[in-house]
Design a protein around this ligand. Sequence first.
Ligand code: GDP
Length: 452
Amino acid sequence: MFNQDTICALATAQGIGAIGVIRVSGPETFPIVNRIFKGKNLEKQASHTIHFGTIRDNQTIIDEVLVSLFKAPSSYTREDTIEISCHGSDFIIQKILKLILREGARLANPGEFTQRAFLNGQLDLAQAEAVADLIASDSEASHQTAINQIRGGFSKQIAQLREALIHFASLIELELDFGEEDVEFADRDDLRQLIFKIQQVLIPLIDSFEMGNVIKNGVPTVIAGKPNAGKSTLLNRLLNEEKAIVSDIAGTTRDVIEDELFIEGIRFRLIDTAGLRKTTDTIEAIGVERTLQQMDKASLIVYLFDASEIQLTEIAQQITEFNAPYILVGNKVDKLSATQKADFEATYPAILWISASENKNIEVLKDTLVRKVKTKEIKAGDTVVTNLRHYQHLLQTNGALENVLQGLDQSVTGDFLAQDIRFALHHLGEITGQITTDDLLANIFSKFCIGK
Ligand code: GDP
């Protein structure tokens, strides 16, 4: 156990609610709560039991409560823990917290319960970080990846690979001890095989980050096209259809107003280029410039054109300039004659023909949006990297392993190999927290809310 003091905090949201839960954790938890709780003697009760009683300030009853008891190591923090469920009034909660402080606990820092869970070996660092993701999850997909990660996710794989690599590192270090003598304890072919095996795990994880990022942060999607193509009509159609939570997010990195659209649990962040519509010919250049900027930020482009007006050859020329994956959409097919429409469809099967105002083929468009994102089908249970910190360490590890392979090809001496292997071990260790610094921990846990 790393911590000697007992901490407390409100674990539920601040403000009035039906109940509030106050969490107390640390070696003095039971004596502290026992002194303000009237009911059974809590120190004599079994772990994982719930008891009714009152919280009192001397003789004054503050509230009727339920207390849930968790004895070390069978708790989230692996310390003695009590959760007090009281009535959810700010007044009552503050009063109870003050009593707990008076009896010798201190207020928990943000994320301190989870930090203790990590330090006491309940969770590794990647799992602890997933707790924050779980709390922040706001879509089916982001929830699923966070849950997977908390339940082990790629932590176990990383830990196993690291073990195997440590074994090799120690053999090579042993060679170094023998100095001048030309001995090889570590079989070079075995080492090469091991690295290939590690890369088989590492590379899919690295590749999954793009998808993981999409799941966590949404897909920046631009609906582009000339004025009057029907962009606003389509946007409204998509948003209304999905009854999406339309929100204006003015974030630090998101300097444009966006709408959000959820399809099959994936969040599409629709970047608004509607402002461009008002651009007159004289300032068309600025408009084009702005569109291009928006498109640069996009992961997905829906390029819309008015099917009743455009020359199809024009479109073909424009497409090649898109950097991101795109969906080409011909709008206003309701204005075409039946034969015209059939002709278009037959000639350009890759183009999606819709009518935004008549609600034609909008479902197909939504399916296409999802398919474009799910380039790789992610099944429930697949491990997906969503955390930039993990991603960077995975890249560094892979880079170091590439160096080892190169070193093996060039038959470099053991000390060079050892150096790169140590580097790879270091980065693998940083993901799961086997190697940490105080700064790193402070940085990670300070992002948690108090009480978690
Ligand atoms: P934007 O400039 O690209 O945003 O285009 P708008 O959404 O403002 O649409 C321009 C005009 O085209 C409006 O008068 C719309 O009602 C009309 N419009 C949009 N979609 C369709 C469609 O599918 N069929 C027809 N006939 N008109 C459409």
